[in-house]
Design a protein around this ligand. Structure first.
Ligand code: GAR
Length: 213
């Protein structure tokens, strides 16, 4: 049984998708704790499922390094094999990232390397892209820059506004993140020269593009 700790800052819809997949697909894994930097709505969802929660606000810490040190300690107390960022809206220090190297995944609401950083949907609309999406990647010291595991693409329509586009991407995220986490749990991900290889039976590492040819 692998232990997973999930970090959130918001509503936790990706967390909900992960909890549901873990149960319905009977992963040999358990989400042992959900940690947030604020009183996030997603924490209620975790508690309702009997998952331990912790809130660690930044206020009271003198620096990012000290905060991250405390955060790392809280995470390590659960001895997780995997740490998931699921809408955790803080940039993590290099030291933190290095400590959790190879066991820290993030989901970002764009097709990286396009639209790294904040307000990805707004920027995608402003750029006039026709295809947008989400990316799950290993976290590196470059913000939104680690090795890409898998991506989900969605169309952008002429009458989209930010909210509609966000909803479409988020629905794709809920398919994408659990799939990647299951690969990790099954020890099927290898990173070589900054690229991720999927071991074993081949499955598409991109969603939303129709059948592979
Ligand atoms: C998701 O869309 C995720 O991609 C994004 O926050 C949202 C969290 O939603 N993450 C980032 O922007 C990270 N930079 P959720 O709380 O409903 O899962």
């Amino acid at each position: 049984m692998k232990s997973i700790v999930v970090l959130i800052s918001g509503r936790g819809s990706n967390l909900a998708a992960l909890i549901a997949a873990c149960r319905s697909e009977a992963w040999p894994a358990k989400i042992v704790a959900v940690i947030s930097d604020r009183d996030a709505p997603g924490l209620l969802l975790a508690r309702a499922q009997g998952i331990e929660t912790q809130v660690l606000p930044f206020a009271g810490f003198a620096s990012r390094e000290l905060y991250d040190e405390a955060l790392a300690g809280t995470i390590e107390s659960y001895r997780p094999e995997l740490v998931l960022l699921a809408g955790f809206m803080r940039i993590l220090s290099h030291r933190f990232v290095e400590r959790f190297a190879h066991r820290l995944l993030n989901i970002h609401p764009s097709l990286l390397p396009a639209f790294a950083g904040l307000n990805a949907h707004r920027r995608a609309l402003a750029a006039g892209v026709r295809i947008h999406g989400a990316t799950v990647h290993f976290v590196s010291t470059v913000v939104d820059g680690g090795a890409i595991v898998a991506q989900a693409a969605v169309p952008v329509f002429a009458d989209d506004d930010e909210q509609r586009l966000e909803e479409r991407v988020r629905a794709a995220e809920h398919q994408l993140y659990p799939r990647v986490v299951r690969w990790f749990i099954e020890d099927r991900l290898r990173v070589q020269d900054g690229k991720v290889e999927l071991l074993g039976e081949q499955e598409p590492m991109q969603l939303g593009l129709g059948p592979a040819t």
